[in-house]
Design a protein around this ligand. Structure first.
Ligand code: PA5
Length: 441
């Protein structure tokens, strides 16, 4: 039985201001109910990819156990795990690891770019270390991770069976073929779960477990959030409330949503969120552009444009309410910097005041904002947050007639790149024949 009062996630809508009233929001209840029902019955747009909705069914107990056992084995045999993947095949794991792992440097990432400098520096960093590689690609054919695997493969040469693990489709793809040929351990990206909704499958759980994060609590947080989210009432379901608020604000001309946090360890959580919303919602000429800020750092740069730039920005704060370590502002005898008024105060309290002040100032500056509050930052609350964002994203898209689970737009660059790279089969693709226009000093 979930104790609703102790659930770590809530949504504060105090700073929405006059842009949106609770009545306006609640008028959308019937449409929310309809799309919730279609999503759960698997009758919505993109219904082949709703396997994450029942969070408790993403992994069987046996598969979960096999993943954790593999992580334990790899931890015993190696010093570091190299996760090779791009988009949904790495962002979720990175987000959770950077937010929670006691040793985030134990997991490093490649295959998320094609930078020779990045790869060379990483290879140098890994020299002399015992490395496990987890290559993750649902399609098994994505260029970036496939290229990175070739570059980094010599790190596991000769011991592939022990330290190379593939997470990919159960039935098809070049990576599956390679894994079968090498006879290495494999994990499945479920058919009915797309990349950006896959963090709680083997895609995320293996690297996250390697990084010593409590994957059981992470999963339980998502399962409990899924259970609570079955109540569709906009007055009691913060995920659906968030979905509706985004849609109404978007209809009112707000084009950008900034996810702002005051904890640097949540930077990759924002990256994961940006992919989830950008790739799910950005279609058919629609979608709030998902941006992120890390405060108070960015208050001294982007803060200006948020406060006084074009008024098309809405903001979602992601705030951790408690559990930070004690770090007290020291007293100075001469008060030469005039900071003694804060002496004896917790830095976490100062940070919280900075958040309160920013939310107020941005509201006054014409930026309607809401706040997702986590009572503390731990595996359980992060699992809940992941599910919250996923279900809200699906409902946000469905209400607007958008398929939340495909990404047709990401193919466009590939067509041009494959032509330029000389990939067999792309010889006939047309590329821009206009001369280049380069302006020099
Ligand atoms: O969300 C998605 O589906 C995408 O971002 C994919 O995760 C990304 O393109 C990587 O694809 P793959 O896992 O097939 O290599």
């Amino acid at each position: 039985m979930i104790n609703k009062d102790k659930f770590p996630l809530s949504l504060d809508i105090t700073n929405l201001g006059n842009d949106l009233t609770i009545d306006e929001i609640c008028q959308r209840q019937p449409i929310v109910d309809m799309f919730d029902s279609l999503l759960r019955k698997g009758e919505c747009l993109g219904n082949d990819f709703t396997g994450w909705v029942k969070a408790e069914d993403i992994l069987t107990k046996d598969e979960f156990g096999r993943i954790v056992a593999c992580a334990e084995k790899l931890k015993a045999q190696t010093d570091v795990m190299l996760v090779i993947g791009i988009g949904g095949s790495y962002l979720g794991a990175r987000a959770v690891i950077e937010a929670l792992s006691p040793c985030p440097e134990k997991v490093v990432f490649a295959g998320q770019n094609i930078s020779a400098s990045y790869m060379t520096a990483l290879k140098n960093k890994l020299k002399g270390k015992r490395v496990a590689i987890n290559i993750i690609s649902k399609s098994g054919t994505t260029t970036e991770p496939a290229l990175a695997l070739r570059v980094f493969m010599d790190l596991v040469k000769g011991c592939e069976k022990a330290t190379l693990v593939a997470t990919t489709d159960q039935n098809k793809g070049a990576l599956l073929n390679l894994a079968n040929k090498l006879g290495i351990e494999k994990f499945v990206v479920p058919d009915n779960i797309g990349g950006r909704y896959s963090v709680l499958s083997a895609v995320g759980i293996l690297p996250i477990a390697y990084a010593d994060v409590d994957v059981k609590a992470l999963t339980q947080g998502a399962v409990d959030c899924a259970s609570l989210a079955k109540n569709t009432s906009l007055k009691e379901n913060p995920a659906y409330l968030y979905a509706v608020i985004r849609n109404v604000l978007s209809a009112k001309g707000f084009d950008i949503e900034i996810l702002s946090s005051f904890e640097p360890c949540l930077l990759y959580m924002a990256e994961w969120w940006k992919q989830l919303y950008g790739e799910s919602e950005g279609k058919q000429g629609q979608g709030l552009f998902p941006a992120s800020c890390s405060f108070s750092t960015d208050l001294h740069s982007l803060g200006q444009i948020i406060q006084e730039g074009k008024r098309n920005i809405t903001e979602t704060f992601l705030i951790i309410e408690g559990g930070e370590p004690s770090c007290v502002v020291p007293m100075w005898d001469d008060d030469s910097d005039g900071m003694n008024y804060l002496a004896g105060k917790e830095v976490a309290w100062v940070n919280n005041m900075a958040y309160e002040a920013t939310a107020k100032a941005h509201r006054e500056g014409g930026v309607p904002n809401i706040t997702i509050k986590l009572s503390q930052l731990d595996a359980y609350s992060l699992g809940a947050l992941i599910y919250f964002f996923e279900i809200a994203c699906a409902i946000t898209c469905l209400i607007r007639g958008i398929n939340p689970f495909n990404q047709p737009g990401v193919e466009a660059y590939k067509k041009h790149m494959f032509k330029l790279l000389g990939k067999p089969g792309y010889e006939k693709e047309s590329v821009d024949t206009q001369g280049k226009q380069i302006i020099t000093f």
